[in-house]
Design a protein around this ligand. Sequence first.
Ligand SMILES: NC(=O)c1ccc[n+]([C@@H]2O[C@H](COP(=O)([O-])OP(=O)(O)OC[C@H]3O[C@@H](n4cnc5c(N)ncnc54)[C@H](O)[C@@H]3O)[C@@H](O)[C@H]2O)c1
Ligand SMILES: [Zn+2]
Length: 370
Amino acid sequence: MNMPPIKTIRVHADKADPYKIYLGHNIYSRLPALLEDLKVSKQIAVISVPPVSNLYLSKIFEPFGAEWQIITRDVKDGEQSKSGDVASSIYTWLIENGFERNGTIIAFGGGVVGDLAGFIAATYLRGTNLVHVPTSLLAQIDSSIGGKVGINHSLGKNLIGSFYQPKLVMTDVSVLQTLDMVEYICGLGEVVKYGILAGPSFFQLLEDNIAEILDRKPEIQEEIIEQCIRQKVEIVRQDTFETGIRSSLNLGHTFGHALETYFSYQELKHGQAVLLGILCSVQVSRLMRILQEGTERRIMNLISKIPVSLPGKLDDKEIDRLLDIMQRDKKVSDGKIHVIGIENIGKVQKGAVEKEILKKAFNILNEFAE
Ligand SMILES: NC(=O)c1ccc[n+]([C@@H]2O[C@H](COP(=O)([O-])OP(=O)(O)OC[C@H]3O[C@@H](n4cnc5c(N)ncnc54)[C@H](O)[C@@H]3O)[C@@H](O)[C@H]2O)c1
Ligand SMILES: [Zn+2]
């Protein structure tokens, strides 16, 4: 039988066993053999959401022989499933099914499923095997890498969690064809972020192929996803527990979080807010005179080709409210707001920024209002 080609990316996170990310098209058939190699037991619990399981669960199941005991559980689609209540109901389900410590929990879905199932795997019986099978663009390039797992608390997002690395990650690019365009664009927010962090050749690849990327052409998609994964893997290798360089992954996020909160997560999703947040970072960097000539034009040009807009114009009062939200964000120390500024493609720096400059940066966003 002809096996589809598969790429392997090795991950060495601090204080965890190394593992591999497998990347390709139509590669789910390889999962049983890869699990055999890991010497895990034959118990598998798949945690998913209906939009993913309805389309793809049979593809995951098919290649497994009768010797495997597979149980599956759908949670409700959406962020609300990253809760203590849902986690608790899954613990009950695992206990009632006699799920043991050497079994494997498969997170099959977007970042919500990855964070939730990862948290369950980290805590159930003090840790079971975890396999990520990410299906959204964001999950494939971001949330399935780096070991952050967790759930939300009524007082805030991602407040309860841990670092817990998977045994393997299987990233099949072909499933992205069914992702909603808005969700795809959200993933592109993180792609552009990696493009700026990575350096000239990857950024140029994005500039040259943005139309094909938006068209979801499989070959370019796989190339882009591979580059993003490698970029995050390298940052996580250097700083697994986010005490330094890993914070560069917050590029565009301090502004983005404020915008998400301001527009109450409905009108603006995370990745869209990150794209707008990167535009703000560009403006801050220009106003602080750290941005190299030509870089502003390149980043603005690239983002202007991606369909994203501010849900409404922001007047001075509204910008003040955004600053208040930023002030409450955890990236504030000594009362100052810290953001990741851009010097050049491939070079960023973190620094405190005056309120007047932040205000001007938000003002520029009005050019991107609907
Ligand atoms: N752990 C980390 O390091 C990390 C990093 C970034 C984000 N996150 C978390 O990730 C979450 C966001 O992840 P997300 O953007 O993937 O959201 P999500 O998991 O809600 O997925 C987005 C939507 O796409 C659907 N979907 C997923 N794959 C699909 C496919 N192949 N075909 C059709 N529909 C599909 C989902 O059902 C959902 O409706 C947030 O909770 C965020 O906090 C975690
Ligand atoms: Zn993000």
